[in-house]
Design a binder for this molecule. Sequence first.
Ligand SMILES: Cc1ncc(COP(=O)(O)O)c(C=O)c1O
Length: 364
Amino acid sequence: MATTINSIDDLITPVVLLDRTRLDKNIRAMQDTCDAHGVGLWPHIKTHKMVEVARRQLAAGAQGLSCAKVGEAEAMLPSGVKRIFIAHSLVDVRVAPRLAALADQLDELRVAVTSVPHAEALVAVAVATDRNLEAVLAVNTGLNREGVRTVDEAKAVAAIIKRCPQLKLAAIYTHEGQMYGAKPEEQVVRANEIIAILEKFRAAIDPALPLWPGCSVTAKIMAASGKVQVVRPGAYMFGDMALAVSSKVMGPADVAIHVLVTVVDRPAPGLALIDAGSKVFSSDKSKAGLNGIAADGRDIQVVSLNEEHGYLGGGDVDTLKIGDRLQIMPAHVCTVINLTDTVTVVEGDRVVDQWCVDARGKVQ
Ligand SMILES: Cc1ncc(COP(=O)(O)O)c(C=O)c1O
């Protein structure tokens, strides 16, 4: 017998809830900051992976979308997106036909170039596409992942790109993910240090190149600096413990994703077990070593996980009994979304929709 679902009380747990009001507010706030400073917004869709969310970002004014993988970009096409930046080191010429098909459906396709060895590999991919692609040069600003390390390397990459008829160097980007480790009071100073690094590299290769940093911790600071042309944050429209508890760039009441869970056992004082483990939350932890916290502010934390169990601890845990349901703010939202086929869209306690995680598992 089909059951009508009107309220979150009707849902079987565990289930990922998306608060539509908070989502729209977060999208609007980032867009307003960018608009106020004449900065383009190319949100990274790796966090939400949903056509519905991309549509809302584009309708609010986003110029384009950033994606990690070709498969993510393909999955976002139904959003109506016309400009995509694939912010990952593409090396396999066998993706060329898919890139060419993407380019044919877009007004602009941008690809990352991330080092001298990568530039050589990218040229082969670009030649095989037989399309005009814009290359965006990655500069390492402290995460120590992709990105040129020295000005000489940047110049060498620029020279390789110049020799390739299919590629044109169009911007400089960085992912300043190390800023998740910065204290809130350090954020502005450290963001400005990152801008200074980007400016140094730009001066050495082409003073006309726009700067495209990308991280939710720094996005509003970067946009307000007047020194960058595009920002590419990913997690800002959902939020999680990393953004609301550690970095404090949003408040806990702005976090749009919660996991609704049920207490399934109380095996010992001070311990409650819930029906969601690492297959729901992923294994990612907050800076304080937690997988999540009670979203209603009670002193309840997800202190560890097995695959199908979460262990709750904290001062209020003994108030819980079997069957109690609670909403958990996850430590890291991106990996939670990638583990679910759909999210249940809510307005407060009312269930209003269900959205597909279209690019779930699109890692190729
Ligand atoms: C290349 C790149 N750009 C942008 C982002 C978005 O960063 P955030 O999730 O902090 O907003 C990421 C996140 O991993 C990234 O890897």
